[in-house]
Design a protein around this ligand. Sequence first.
Ligand SMILES: Nc1ncnc2c1ncn2[C@@H]1O[C@H](COP(=O)(O)OP(=O)(O)OP(=O)(O)O)[C@@H](O)[C@H]1O
Length: 260
Amino acid sequence: MTDPLFNIENLSLRLGGRQIYDGFSGALPNGGLTGIVGPNGCGKSTLLRCLAGVQPPDSGRIAFQGYPLAGLAPAERALCMAYLPQNPPLVPDMSVGGLVAKGRTPWRKAFRPLSGADHEAIDKALAATGLSDLRTARLSALSGGQRQRVWLALALAQDTPVILLDEPTAFLDLQHQLSLLRLLRQLADEQGRSIVMVLHELTLAGRFCDHVMGLRDGRLVCAGPAEQAITSQTVAALYDLQADVANDPIFGKPVVFPRE
Ligand SMILES: Nc1ncnc2c1ncn2[C@@H]1O[C@H](COP(=O)(O)OP(=O)(O)OP(=O)(O)O)[C@@H](O)[C@H]1O
């Protein structure tokens, strides 16, 4: 049996005087798309930060493909996983291509120019996110959604087998949400990448994710294939919301109809 992508055992974490997790356990499968859902403040982003190795827990263990995550140095982690936080850091104004090139940092030798492989990865990431024409544009001249796509391109240019994304669709219009999720599906299906993302839109999570994990108050409420994890019962348990969940006749995936 292969190890899960992440195995979380008995995770506890206190932040700002508040207990975020108290013995959280769960596993995320290797490969495919995993969606983390749940109400505001339930601990989704913090969990992703723990999985990315940037938020050490107070106690408990996270194994990454069978190895202790805490044993990986940041430089080693950066070759295995790209992490796009909900609020990317403020950066000085620069060109789109310049920021996306930062995704190649883990692969580059100090003071060396970009290699052919770097240029190729950057070109592919810009094309995949529909930004090739904006390569020379300044970040300050972009809309919020375009900027979000630049950060996504940076994560793709990092060219890692695992990609962790916190609300990657937050600022995108419906067309760009769908094209982003289709792109992630393609990266998982055709290149075998494992993608874990925090999402709010349950119907999109149901349609695109293989596996869905639902959190509430720092606890695991549901986890499993989308059809099992998104049901009337789990929507009620997660959000205190009455909803019908039907099967989409075209995609055969769960669609949520709130009844309140
Ligand atoms: N650095 C911090 N210091 C204190 N409290 C924090 C910190 N980071 C997160 N929290 C608290 O931890 C809880 C979980 O936060 P988190 O950002 O993980 O929630 P979330 O499920 O991602 O929420 P949202 O859907 O609103 O983005 C919240 O109550 C938040 O206020």
